[in-house]
Ligand binder design. Sequence first.
Ligand SMILES: NC(=O)c1ccc[n+]([C@@H]2O[C@H](COP(=O)([O-])OP(=O)(O)OC[C@H]3O[C@@H](n4cnc5c(N)ncnc54)[C@H](OP(=O)(O)O)[C@@H]3O)[C@@H](O)[C@H]2O)c1
Length: 417
Amino acid sequence: MTFHNGFATFQATKPSNYSLGRVFESRRRLLYKEGPHVSPVGFGSYRVGMSKHLGYPECAQALESALKKGINLIDTSSNYGYGQSEMLIGKTLTKLIQEGVIRRENIVVVSKVGYIQASNIELAKSKELQGNGFFEVSKFGEEIWHCIHPDFIFDQINRSLSRLGLETIDVYLLHNPEYMLKKFELEGMDVLNAKKLFYSRLKESFMALESLVLEGKIKAYGVSSNNLGAPDDEYASISIRTVHEIAKSISENHHFKVAQFPMNWLEVSPAFYDIDGTGESTLSYAQKNDIGVMLNRPFNAMFNDGLIRLSRPQVKKEEVEKLDEGMRLGLANWTKLATDLESLARDQLADVPGYDDATLSQFVVSTLAWYPGVTSVLCGIRKEVYVEDVEQALVRPALHRAREHLYRIYENLEFST
Ligand SMILES: NC(=O)c1ccc[n+]([C@@H]2O[C@H](COP(=O)([O-])OP(=O)(O)OC[C@H]3O[C@@H](n4cnc5c(N)ncnc54)[C@H](OP(=O)(O)O)[C@@H]3O)[C@@H](O)[C@H]2O)c1
């Protein structure tokens, strides 16, 4: 196994004179002060891996194409694709580095720790049997456990580095730490005690992450949570301000640099909800405090416990012919929804040139990527056509009034009523 040393740097990720025409590169932004620059769209790798049912080899080709086009942000986790996502990324990086297409210093690799699934669950169970199990594990049935205890972090970082073939991960995130709060809620703990215990454990995790920075295993860390930006009165909500204050209490020179959370046309609370009643949203807080923001699930909107796909179906004609009647009806409904949403967005952006023929996914990417405080939008672009599609979103003019556009689109969505 090849291990690549180094990490993404400010200088090596800066758009060069040659980036003209390569929008993913020319539109790069700084992730945090003195940190690397990242493309406004990142490669999300939740559903990629080395097996056919995870889209291999097409997903590897999509990643290669994304990197060649100047996408330089890759988001993964120990549990994505049953651990195969990190392996596929490692293989692809090695191939492109050896071919001289990219350098390690050009690419920002984000991975996460928290889930105990797949091979990790066997490991955790066998450690328990031997009497030296991981501490503070939250169990949700036989197959999903969760942990952010320092000892677990120290165990997992080496496994992720090895799967990725890297000596340093650029950004290491605690993955959905709200699982701990959910467990406390199930156990009937009162919310004030739950939050107190949660944030004190989070501080221990941050101290562990600081020590990984000192060791050179990671460059920066952060939190990825579905509940960052959720209303404070929700039991498992997490406040970006409190998380940031914890990092500052460890050191003024802390390395808490990045927050990741879902945001899309239906889930807008990180943009519009005031955190802690201060008049500040999660996004505006992050922007003012130099915290890089990665949005996830741009096209997968959760609504009333269901899922609405905010993209136009990309089904080939011959595939449509193979569908049964029910599936065809579903496809027709989805196509109609996409057409309606495209026409809504077109109306709202009528005075912005260059969007007349945008697809739904392109409208979504543009309104999110240009939203103030957003550094990058992570997209599940596991097919080359998806990479090309989002590229066309960024070719279009910058949306200087993205806040207003998103607000008006949200207000006019039928789902929002
Ligand atoms: N808690 C967390 O840390 C967390 C949670 C969620 C996501 N993430 C990260 O964020 C990334 C993005 O989220 P996601 O993959 O769940 O959802 P997404 O980006 O919203 O994409 C959802 C699905 O939309 C389809 N799609 C993607 N690009 C498209 C395009 N241009 N045109 C048409 N359809 C397109 C793909 O469907 P098919 O797969 O059916 O082809 C994709 O799986 C993840 O891959 C992961 O890296 C992190």
